[in-house]
Write a protein of this length. Structure first.
Lengths: 557, 319, 204
């Protein structure tokens, strides 16, 4: 069996015009390009939603501040939340999945390349539509413009009576349309992972990233669709005179809440499971050990996905459910902490006995472990229902979920950027700038989100455009706002790193990190067809087996 | 502005708030301990197992897992969950399923955009924005049991020192109770986003001694003071659109959309806490509500200065 | 990056070529995933319907106005049999039989839609029940309408296949596509069983 090292000589690259390049990108069905489209698009919205956050924080720096009035403020927090969840976090994670999954399972593309492109453009259109509301949403009484109903759009605030004009409809339709795009990508990922693995790659030999994206996609199928259903109902109410959430006609406001959170809670697991996937690939490589307890990691993730479908009403502990319902959701919420904690222990177990390298991806991963631990614990704290009767709807919750999404998920995304950027571009990101980015962001993150728990404990509710002096919230809010600006600077350093390193970064070669999964066997960037010959694998770490023929994983699996 | 105090959830003044604090101490202790253990492990690992130039060349032992260890760190969390849950369930039931004693004062709270309506059905009182309830000494309990309704969107009643929050949801009746052990003024505000002026839907609860509460009840039960010196202002009130939204007991005004004004001057604030109840603020509110609470549903009445002054005089007679 | 670049990839040598490496068909997995997602959507509409039974504040009730559409239900459910047999005969290469059964499926589906339209006509014009009349109207038209929409989408797919089969472009090599569409059609029928039970049995 000859081992062909295939040397390919690319033809002299013809200079393509700008129009031809744009056309290539607009019509691409290549999973790598679609992945990059998702990521670029998401980064754009990260900046936009970040600016919205800064506007919020400037307004809240001082009591009775008048940087923006209540109309604008209410739009800001609505758009910030909606954009971050639907047009930053979902797309960027689908983007990474798109790029990495086929490469990691030895496939040449996703199962349905055209569906892939269609799903991206659907989501992109959704984002465009949401932001068009700033221009086009004006309806009666000037009550249009961007939506201002909060990203959960509770009924009956979203009824025509309380939200005239079309701003709410921009929210509804933009999110509905991009939700269909997400379903499309989820279907595609499932079909790809189940049907296109290279020979030898049984489900038990897939990289954990593939398992976790499979789980996340399955969760997306049944997690996102309840929101789509509820949004169709809302449109029926607003346009066809329906009464799904019309309390005057006997409709139920809590029904919207249930439907929304049956989506909303699985949604945050849809966001965090890919973050777990990145950690499960990165931590082993920089600890120089395989992941500790691969089967349990898979089982715990699937367990998390299932249990996460049963916890949704922990977002509704204050709505007056009876004590039995409250107790049920308390126990399921506490229960989901068990498999989640197991994962943290397994990552620690991976690092134990290793040789830890503190490159930038690992720095972000270690910060993830620290911050996700705290975030998970503040979640358990809120599962103690009576305590949640104080903490819910206050800045304590805002601090908690930002701890998960920024301190956990965003840090994992940063780690993923530093880890896989060399594969995508052929150049390493600057370690120096990476460390500046890291420390600035850690400083800013903790200044903002550690402090933010305290106003909640002192009675400050969410979604208020101003507050009275003398409640003890003044200095705390000022500190929180300063931290936001520090994070903004950190983010700018990151963007600068992405740009500068594209031209000036150290060349990476195929495998700059001495890693073990299939994507590191192809060139950086990979050729359009990924693999000249479809690989055959015999273990979970095919490149480890190649590099260590005296001690291959295949002997132990 | 009338003085505010720190509304610290860890400074409870009632039985339900106290039981929440007690539970929170257990919960924080357990989670704090978990944090310390795992954090210490993390620090230990990154110090002890960092790559050093000496060791960097060789790969470490490739360990795939350990069933015993993984079993241990599954079972221990499960046990912790059981403990936490049992403690939680007990307090849930104690607070939510507490029976209402015969001595309880009953208040119906109706949430509006952006003010609070308070009715005492047994006492025949309707008032707004500032709640008076009697103190409930431990030996002679006199708790306040409330029914929570909404006239429009969702709201949430939250006075941190007196109780956990409970939402007011249209087409639904929620209940809560509180038994403050000392007198004083406690503040809070609406905690469920309800529209443009959610931020200024503030609350004041005055916990009165038994005598003070009875005096307040008697005063509230009286019809409006009829002072002929402000007859001009009363005429402005009754002939402009004011009576479409507001009620003044004992007069033709019985609108329910806005707060009951019968005893407006018994309140320390106006516009649900957005401004102190002074002559200047009253005048500004009547002239241009958006200056105090932009987006509130009180319209600017576009009155002449003379009518405005007369009206303010009438308002200030409603003691 | 202008000049020609020598691109080296590490080829993973086939250590032990597995005897037979077969994975499920991606079309069927994709359709199964779509069905799961759609089931979640329908579940939410069914939950809303069940929750609002008896809660209408005014207006006609189900008992007053609903008539059990037994005939059209039988049409729709029979079409599951015809589409199943259509697949079977195509496997044996009998293309004309396939087209015949396929068209019968389409006709039965179309008949079902006609029945729904007829029912709605009666409800709207004879009983004044619209989507905005009351909670029953809202939930009924939404749930039955959502299902009818899915039947329509199915008919479009059936139509496309009919045309391709009629012009002779459809044969044994397309058997998987037929199976995928059949999965969808069976799903639509299964949903109708649930909707029928909820609306015409439980809800009355």
């Amino acid at each position: 069996m000859s081992s062909d090292a295939i040397a390919m000589h690319l033809p002299q690259a013809e200079r393509r015009t700008l129009v031809e390049t744009l056309h290539d990108w607009a019509t691409t069905v290549d999973h790598k390009r679609i992945g990059l489209l998702y990521i670029g698009y998401a980064l754009l919205f990260l900046v936009v939603a970040g600016i919205e956050a800064l506007i919020i924080r400037i307004q809240l720096m001082y009591p009775h501040n008048d940087f923006v009035g209540p109309q604008v403020f209410n739009r800001m927090f609505t758009m910030h939340g909606t954009t971050m969840i639907f047009f930053f976090a979902m797309p960027i994670l689908f983007g990474f999945g798109n790029y990495l999954v086929p490469l990691m399972i030895g496939a040449r593309d996703m199962a349905f390349p055209r569906l892939n492109a269609f799903s991206f453009w659907l989501s992109a259109f959704g984002g465009f539509l949401l932001y068009f509301s700033f221009l086009g949403g004006s309806g009666l009484y000037g009550a249009g413009s961007a939506p201002d109903v909060g990203w959960w759009a509770y009924a009956p605030l979203t009824a025509r009576a309380f939200s005239p004009g079309s701003s709410t409809d921009y929210w509804t339709i933009a999110v509905l349309v991009s939700g269909f795009g997400s379903i499309g990508t989820a279907v595609n990922l499932i079909a790809t992972i189940l049907c296109m693995r290279c020979p030898g790659m049984t489900l038990g030999r897939m990289p954990l990233l593939a398992w976790l994206y499979l789980t996340m996609s399955g969760l997306a199928l049944i997690g996102i669709t309840p929101l789509s259903a509820a949004q169709i109902m809302l449109l029926v109410d607003r346009y066809l005179g329906g009464h799904f959430f019309d309390t005057q006609a006997g409709g139920s406001a809590p029904l919207w809440m249930h439907f929304f959170w049956i989506f909303g809670h699985p949604e945050v697991y849809i966001l965090v499971i890919p973050a777990f996937a990145f950690m499960s690939e990165i931590i082993p490589v920089f600890s120089r050990k395989p992941i500790f307890g691969y089967p349990v990691m898979v089982a715990a993730t699937v367990c998390i996905a299932f249990v996460s479908m049963s916890v949704w009403a922990h977002h509704m502990f204050t709505i007056g459910m009876n004590s039995y319902a409250n107790s049920f959701f308390a126990i399921t919420t506490m229960a989901v902490g068990v498999p989640t904690g197991i994962k943290i222990f397994n990552w620690l177990g991976t690092m134990w006995g290793g040789r830890i390298q503190f490159k930038t991806p690992m720095l972000f991963s270690i910060a993830f472990l620290f911050q996700f631990l705290i975030a998970g614990l503040t979640g358990i704290i809120q599962a103690a229902v009576p305590f949640d009767w104080q903490l819910s709807l206050s800045y304590f919750v805002v601090a908690h979920f930002h701890y998960v999404i920024v301190g956990g998920i965003l840090f994992a995304i940063f780690a993923a950027f530093y880890y896989w950027y060399p594969k995508v571009t052929g150049r390493l990101l600057s370690e120096r700038l990476g460390k500046v980015h890291f420390w600035l962001f850690v400083l800013g993150f903790h200044l903002t989100f550690d402090v933010m728990h305290v106003p909640g404990l002192l009675g400050m509710p969410r979604r208020i455009y101003t507050y009275e002096p003398g409640r003890g919230w003044d200095t705390l809010n000022l500190l929180v706002s300063i931290g936001a600006f520090v994070q903004a600077v950190g983010l700018l350093v990151f963007v600068a790193n992405l740009i500068v390193s594209y031209w000036k970064g150290k060349r990476a070669g195929n495998d700059p990190w001495d890693a073990w999964t299939l994507e590191w066997s192809v060139s950086s960037p990979p050729p359009a067809y990924n693999f000249a010959t479809v690989p055959t694998v015999a273990s979970r770490r095919p490149l480890w087996d190649l590099k260590h023929p005296e001690d291959p994983d295949s002997r132990y699996e | 502005m009338p003085g505010y105090e720190l509304t610290n959830i860890f400074a409870p003044e009632t039985t339900p708030a106290r039981s929440i604090v007690d539970l929170s101490i257990l919960v924080l202790s357990i989670t704090g301990l978990i944090f310390l253990v795992v954090f210490s492990l993390l620090v230990y690992v990154i110090v002890k197992f960092r790559s050093r130039p000496v060791t960097a060349a060789r790969e470490p032992a490739q360990v795939y897992g350990s069933t015993q260890i993984e079993l241990a760190w599954t079972i221990i969390p499960v046990l912790i969950v059981v403990v936490l849950f049992v403690a939680t369930a007990r307090v849930i039931h104690a607070v939510q399923d507490a029976p209402q004693p015969a001595t309880a004062v009953e208040v119906t709270v109706i949430g509006h955009q952006f003010w609070w309506e308070y009715r005492y059905p047994a006492l025949g009182i309707v008032t707004a924005n500032e709640l008076h309830i009697p103190v409930s000494p431990v030996d002679q309990p006199r708790p306040t049991f409330m029914r929570l309704l909404s006239a429009d969107t969702d709201h949430s009643f939250w006075i941190p020192q007196l109780a956990g929050k409970t939402d007011l949801i249209p087409n639904r009746i929620n209940t809560m109770w509180m038994d403050p052990h000392r007198t004083g003024v406690f503040v809070g505000q609406c905690a469920q986003y309800c529209g443009i002026q959610h931020a200024k839907m503030l609350q004041r609860v005055s916990v009165d001694s038994a005598e003070d509460f009875d005096a307040w009840v008697r005063a509230q039960q009286q019809p409006a003071v009829r002072d002929d010196a402000v007859a001009g202002g009363r005429r402005v009130f009754e002939t402009t659109a004011c009576i479409n939204c507001h009620a003044v007991g004992g007069t033709p005004a019985n609108g329910r959309f806005g707060p009951d004004l019968t005893h407006l001057m018994s309140r320390a604030t106006i516009a649900s806490g957005a401004a102190a109840n002074t002559t200047d603020n009253l005048r500004l509110w009547l002239e241009n509500p958006d200056a105090i609470k932009p987006g509130s549903l009180m319209p600017a009445m576009k009155l002449s200065d003379r009518d405005l002054d007369a009206l303010v005089g009438y308002m200030e007679s409603l003691r | 990056m202008r000049s020609a670049v020598a691109v080296e990839t590490i080829t993973i040598p086939a250590v032990e070529a597995p005897a037979a490496w077969s994975l499920p068909d991606r079309g069927k997995i994709a359709m199964a995933s779509l069905i799961i997602a759609e089931s979640a959507i329908f579940t939410i509409f069914v939950v809303a319907y069940l929750f609002y039974i008896g809660k209408s504040v005014s207006g006609p009730t189900p008992r007053d106005v609903l008539e059990t559409p037994l005939f059209y239900t039988i049409c729709l459910l029979s079409s599951s049999f015809t589409i199943h047999y259509a697949g079977k005969v195509l496997e044996r290469g009998r293309r004309r039989m396939f087209l015949g059964l396929w068209l019968v499926t389409l006709a039965l589906g179309g008949l079902f839609l006609f029945g729904t339209a007829q029912e709605w006509d009666r409800l709207i014009y004879d009983h004044g029940l619209t989507i905005s009349t009351n909670l029953f109207g809202t939930t009924y038209y939404s749930l039955v309408g959502l299902h009818a929409f899915h039947v329509s989408a199915g008919l479009v797919m059936l139509g496309v296949v009919s045309i391709l089969a009629a012009i002779g472009r459809f044969g044994l090599s397309q058997i998987t596509r037929v199976e995928v569409i059949s999965m969808y059609w069976h799903f639509v029928d299964a949903v109708w069983v649930v909707v029928f039970t909820v609306v015409y049995v439980i809800g009355r």
